[in-house]
Write a protein that binds this ligand. Structure first.
Ligand SMILES: [Mg+2]
Length: 394
């Protein structure tokens, strides 16, 4: 009989902020780089090359520049990290609907229901996701695959960057035993130092076998949880956002590069008009609009604006398209691809009508339009700007 494969995945992007920046500036790959503020700032994220030179987070920038004089300091890009994070979890969502986001660059996936029956197919499948994150987003991500969240999390952090560690179900305790106690989630550097100093406890394996009384002396009333963790037991489920759209997005690649700004705005408006009815249908509202442009040299511009309140109407977003497209760098360059994305998804029900009467009226109109379109086929009733190109109105 084939043993059951591990089905819980923990993913953790490597040097996330720096990696987001390097995806846009690949010429800096392999160099000692860090994202951080220059004036009295701190280092928020350091490349592995910078880490090798002694740069850590959070270290004052001034000190980082002293320990690593050649350090390339990159100022943080507003909006970029959230957007890359959203795209990372979108790709995960295409892989499995069971996605739990635990931070901007870490999360869990549950592969049950994917029909993967053995360890080899699980590995191959997760490795394809890892390869996609690298090829499509330029993002190095480490993966741990195990029978539960705790062991998957430890595994993902073991061989960074772009690590890939699978722990066979049943081998949890054996896997954890030789690792330092600080590898156990919840045991920080200070606790680890105290455990070594006061109790001579260095390895997780020692926490597995230490007599109850001694473990209690070291950890107090929580010692049973420590024992369970050291043995690699964990029954927390992956808490997924299934059924809840995390974002609404659309993009279009042109057959030939487009220079005409009017045409680009037209395409973007069309996307807004296709996505907002979906937002209304799901009973949601959205707050943030991101416009993306890709250029013939494959560099990309990305700019986002967040409304003061979430809405499910098209109108508040139209005026943002042109400035965002310009800010994304599409003012004077041919464009190969444009896309829009709505994030900051909120529940639509029971909110105050902060835009007052006008918004209430617009919403009623929007609903009527959605119903008509649903009844007569999409496009039965269009916005004025959608009729600008009568040629394609078939
Ligand atoms: Mg990370």
């Amino acid at each position: 009989m084939v043993p059951a494969p591990p089905t819980i995945v923990h993913l953790d992007a490597d040097a996330f902020f720096v990696s987001c920046e390097l995806a846009r500036r690949p010429e800096l790959r392999g160099r000692a780089c860090a994202v951080g503020g220059r004036e009295r700032g701190i280092i928020a994220s350091a490349s592995y090359e910078a880490r090798a030179a002694g740069v850590f987070t959070p270290m004052p920038t001034a000190r980082a520049l002293r320990v690593c004089p050649g350090l390339i300091l990159i100022p943080p890009t507003p909006g970029l990290y959230g957007e890359v994070s959203a795209r990372m979890f979108d790709l995960c969502g295409e892989f499995t609907p069971w996605v739990e986001r635990s931070s901007i660059d870490e999360g869990y996936l549950d592969l049950r229901g994917k029909g993967l029956t053995d360890e080899a197919s699980v590995s191959a499948s997760v490795r394809r996701l890892q390869a996609r994150l690298w090829s499509e987003l330029g993002l190095p991500v480490s993966f741990g695959v195990a029978a539960n969240k705790l062991v998957a999390q430890v595994a993902s952090k073991l061989r960074k960057p772009r690590g890939f560690v699978v722990v066979r179900p049943g081998a949890e305790a054996e896997f954890l035993a030789p690792l330092p106690v600080g590898r156990l989630p919840g045991i920080g550097a200070k606790t680890e130092a105290r455990l070594v100093e006061l109790h001579g406890l260095r390895l997780i394996g020692e926490l597995q076998t230490l007599p109850d009384g001694k473990l209690e002396a070291a950890f107090g009333s929580g010692w049973r949880e420590v024992r369970a963790a050291a043995l690699g037991t964990d029954d927390r489920p992956v808490v997924t956002e299934i059924g809840e759209a995390r974002s609404y997005s659309q993009q279009e690649t042109f057959a030939s590069d487009v220079c005409d700004r009017g045409q680009l705005i037209q395409v973007l408006k069309g996307m807004v008009d296709e996505l907002l009815p979906k937002v209304r249908r799901d009973g949601k509202r959205v707050r943030t609009l991101t416009v993306r442009a890709r250029f013939p040299d494959f560099s990309e511009g990305l700019r986002a604006r967040t409304l003061p309140v979430a809405t499910d109407l098209e109108a508040p977003f139209y005026p943002l398209l042109e400035p965002l497209l310009t800010a994304a760098g599409a003012a004077a360059r041919p464009v190969r691809l444009v896309g829009v994305r709505f994030s900051g998804v909120e529940e639509g029900g029971g909110q105050l009508e902060l835009f007052g009467e006008t918004e209430a009226r617009r919403r009623r109109l929007a609903r009527v339009r959605d119903e008509l379109n649903a009844a007569r086929g999409a496009g039965a009733l269009r916005h004025g700007h959608q009729l600008a190109n009568p040629g394609d109105d078939t």
